[in-house]
Ligand binder design. Sequence first.
Ligand SMILES: [Mg+2]
Ligand SMILES: [Zn+2]
Length: 197
Amino acid sequence: MANGGAESRAVFLDRDGVLVPEAPPDSPPEHLEPFPWVAPAVTLLNQHGWLVIVVTNQPAVARGLRTEGQIEDQHAALGRELARRGATVDAFYFCPHHPKAAIPSYRIECDCRKPRPGMLLRGGEDSGAAMAASVMVGDRMTDIEAGNRAGCGLSILVENDVSRSPRIFTPDPPLEVAPDARVVDLAGAVDLIVSTR
Ligand SMILES: [Mg+2]
Ligand SMILES: [Zn+2]
């Protein structure tokens, strides 16, 4: 590892609004086009020895607007696209559930829907990353809260139209969550990470 053989550590990345533009949930299962700064930012994390793990709520599955297979295909394509540009995403995790899902089998109070920490904990376990040495980057307070609950040592809020708007589907958490830092995009988050960790 580039971090000198220290224990492995991960940067957990929210997907929508951080890697790719937020699309309406009922839009067609389109190709996900990463923001132009994403591949260089992920490459920089790779070079500094960080694992890169995407953790994303996809309640469109629970609403019957997407299948899990479509989400998996999207992620495989996004991973290939980034790899083509020299950037490695080590793993993708998504939560297909929603407590008010149209589809009964997805209508559960799962442990993975952010702000719950399940996806991060699973990613840490699967990859061997130490949570306290790891970082969460997202554009909603639910991302920041998930990072906190998972025990991440640093949380960074990407400030965009989403982060500034009220939650549409989920009232929770109106928690008193404060990110450790605020940046304008993933490039800013990665600059902060590699310059301070
Ligand atoms: Mg987001
Ligand atoms: Zn879930």
